[in-house]
Design a protein around this ligand. Structure first.
Ligand SMILES: [Zn+2]
Length: 106
């Protein structure tokens, strides 16, 4: 049976490892695929994809987007991001700004 992890965080958000370390760990564990889904950022995706090129792990570009639903915090995973990472990052920053403004964080 092949295993994968479709929800991981690197030190680009609240994870402990660099993206390349996550790829190495996944390879050590024998995972078939790994998705990097940092909170509200795709900044770790390029080093993640680069590290995966020299490994047996299929890297999946993703992100965990903060949102709210009926006043409750809701996190949404997006996988297989195909648009430009810069466009996605711009969207994420605007989304987070609006979310924080709505909840009176500033
Ligand atoms: Zn998460």
């Amino acid at each position: 049976m092949e295993l994968c992890d479709l929800h991981t965080h690197s030190n680009f958000s609240d994870g402990a490892c660099e993206p390349k370390e996550l790829v190495r760990l996944a390879e050590t564990l024998g995972l078939r695929a790994l998705a990097l889904t940092d909170h509200n950022t795709v900044s770790g995706i390029n080093p993640f994809l680069t590290a995966s090129k020299s490994s047996s792990v299929e890297a999946i570009a993703g992100v965990e987007i903060s949102s709210d639903y009926n006043g409750k915090e809701l996190h949404v995973l997006a996988l297989f991001i195909e648009n430009s990472l810069l466009d996605v990052q711009n969207f994420l920053e605007i989304n987070l700004y609006n979310l924080m403004r709505k909840s009176n964080h500033f």
